[in-house]
Design a protein. Structure first.
Length: 113
């Protein structure tokens, strides 16, 4: 099973993970966001539903994604495009793919300043 971790990480943290990976230390699959705000701006409720429908499903056409989430193809196309631009989905010859079987979300909420 391939799990991706969605996290909030600074550039330094991402560079540290990259450095360890370059030295041969497995880091697992990560998609990092610069802030919690950016994570939630990118992963809206509707886009999260798309990821839920696509997790572990392999390549799907946008029409099939729309059918699975019960939404209009045009609206789903816009959300899929945003997820492609964010590097969360991959484009394939036959549609799009979210190449993971599970998703882990990892960030820490601290008290306000």
């Amino acid at each position: 099973m391939t799990t991706v971790t969605l996290s909030v990480a600074s550039r330094g943290q991402v560079n540290h993970r990259f450095s360890k990976a370059m030295r041969g230390k497995a880091q697992g699959a990560h998609i990092s966001f610069a802030s919690v705000d950016l994570l939630w701006q990118t992963l809206t409720k509707k886009r999260w539903e798309i990821l839920q429908a696509m997790t572990g499903q392999g390549e799907l056409s946008i029409r099939e994604v729309a059918r699975r989430v019960g939404r209009d193809v045009k609206a789903v196309h816009g959300d899929v495009t945003a997820l492609l631009h964010a590097g969360i989905l991959d484009r394939t010859a036959g549609g799009v793919v979210f190449p993971y079987d599970a998703v882990r979300v990892d960030f820490t909420l601290t008290k306000a300043a």
